[in-house]
Design a protein around this ligand. Sequence first.
Ligand code: AHM
Ligand code: MG
Length: 330
Amino acid sequence: MPHFEEGTTLDRFLLETMRAHPGATGQLVTLLKQVALAGKLVSARVQRAGLAGMLGAVGGMNIQGEFVQKLDLYANETFKRALEHAGVLCMIVSEEDDGIIQIPPQFEVGEYVFSMDPLDGSSNIDTNASIGTIFAVHRRFSTGRDGVAADVLRRGRELICAGYVIYGAGSMMVLSTGEGVHGFTLDPSVGEFFLSHRDIRLAPDTRAYSCNEAYSAQWDPRLQAWIASLKDPSLGWSARYIGSLVGDFHRNLVKGGVFLYPPTAKAKRGKLRMLYEAQPLAFLAEAAGGAASDGVMPILDKLPTELHERTPLFIGNRDAVARIVEVLGS
Ligand code: AHM
Ligand code: MG
C-alpha cells in the first residue's frame, strides 16, 4: 500500500490504493466515492436538522418495529439514490427495507453487493449525539442480472470492504479494505474528506467499557460478575455509553475500549444486526488489531441465514473480548 500523508484527500487515497492492486476494475473506488457523496449529503442534513424540520419521527414503524425518524428516511433514500445508478452494485440490503433492494432496470449492474444501516443510533437524532451510516461490501458470486440473498448471507471474513460515516461534532468516514483502518475527516468548507487518522490501531490495553448497564440484571450472571469486578477502584476502569453503536464503536476504536450488547430478556438473540452492524464493525475491529465475538465465536466466522438477523456483540480491545469469551465459557 502506498504511503499517505495526513491531509491526503479520500479520492487520492482511493485511486492510489487501487493503482497498487493491478487488475482492480475501479468499481470499488466508484462505489466508495458514491458512499462519500451520500455521506456528505446526510452530514449536511444532520447539521441543519433542527433548522430544517428534520427532527422527530415520521409516525411509521419500520420492518423491525422501531419508530422511523425523518432523517432515517432521508439517509436511506440518499444512499440508495447515490449508489443505484453507479453501475457497481447488483443489490442493496438496508436496515430500513424488508427485502433485497434490486438495481432499477434503467441502470447497469456491477460486481458488488452493499449492506447498510443508513442511520445507526437514530434514537439519538433529537439529542445532537453522534449517529452514523454503517456499510459492508461483498463481491457477488451470482451470475444473473440481479443479486440474490446468497450474495450477502456470507461470513464477514469474506467482506471486501467495510466502514462507516459518523456524523458527530465533525463528520468522518472510516473504512478498511482489510489493509488497516483509515479515518477521513470532512472539511465542510470545501466539501472534501481528508485523511486525518492513518492506520488506526485499537489500543492494546483498555480500561473502558460501553454497554447499557440498565439491562445488566438480564445478562448472563457470569457477565454480570465480570462487569461488577471491574468496579474495583484500583483497576481504574471507566464506563462510556452513548447508545449509538457507531458512536460507541468509534470512541473505542480511537481511544480504546470494549463494547458489549449481550442478549437480554427482550432481545434473546441480541439486538444488533449481523449484516450491517456486527459484520462491518467486526471487520474494522480485526483490521485495527481488535476483536469481535458473539460470546462464543468470532463474529466474522458466523454464517448469517437471514437478512435482518441479530446477534449478541462484544467488540473492541482484543484482550477484553477474549476475557468475555472466557468468562462466558467458564
Ligand atoms: P438502531 O439501528 O435502530 O439505531 O438501533 C441500534 C442501536 C445501536 O446504535 C445501539 O448500540 C443500540 O441500539 C442501543 O440500544 P439500547 O438503547 O438498548 O442501549
Ligand atoms: Mg443501527
